[in-house]
Design a protein. Structure first.
Length: 119
C-alpha cells in the first residue's frame, strides 16, 4: 500500500491527492538584435587602403578583403560585419579613425561607415 492510500473504517480505500509541484519555466533566451556595419564607397580611397583597413580592423584575409573592396567599388556599399549594436558601433568608429589614404594626395580622411539593423 502506498503512502497515498489508507484503508477507511469500512474497508474502502481512501486516496490522498497531493498538489502538483509547480514546474519552473525555463528562461527564454533573449534575442539580441543584430546590426550591419556598412562601408560606403567614395573616390578618395584606393583598393590598397580598403584592403589594408579591412585586414587590420577585422582580421580578414587578403582575398576576403579584396572581394569586399570590389563590392564597395561596384555597388557603392558593402556589409563588412554583422554583430551586436555595441560591437558594430565600435567597428564603425574604428573605420572613421583609420585615417587618410596616403596614396591619394586629395584624400582628406577616413572612409564613411554606418550601422543599420539587420532584418
Amino acid at each position: 500500500m502506498s503512502n497515498q492510500e489508507k484503508l477507511g473504517e469500512s474497508g474502502t480505500t481512501l486516496v490522498q491527492v497531493l498538489p502538483k509541484k509547480k514546474r519552473r519555466k525555463k528562461p527564454r533566451s533573449q534575442h539580441v538584435p543584430r546590426y550591419h556595419v556598412v562601408l560606403w564607397n567614395d573616390d578618395d580611397h584606393t583598393y590598397d587602403y580598403v584592403i589594408r583597413m579591412l585586414m587590420q580592423l577585422f582580421g580578414y584575409p587578403f582575398t576576403k578583403a579584396y572581394l569586399m573592396a570590389e563590392e564597395v567599388d561596384k555597388t557603392g556599399r558593402c556589409i563588412v560585419l554583422t554583430t551586436t549594436k555595441e560591437h558594430a558601433e565600435l567597428k564603425r568608429d574604428q573605420i572613421h579613425a583609420f585615417g587618410r589614404d596616403p596614396l591619394v594626395k586629395e584624400c582628406r580622411g577616413s572612409m564613411t561607415a554606418t550601422i543599420e539593423p539587420a532584418e
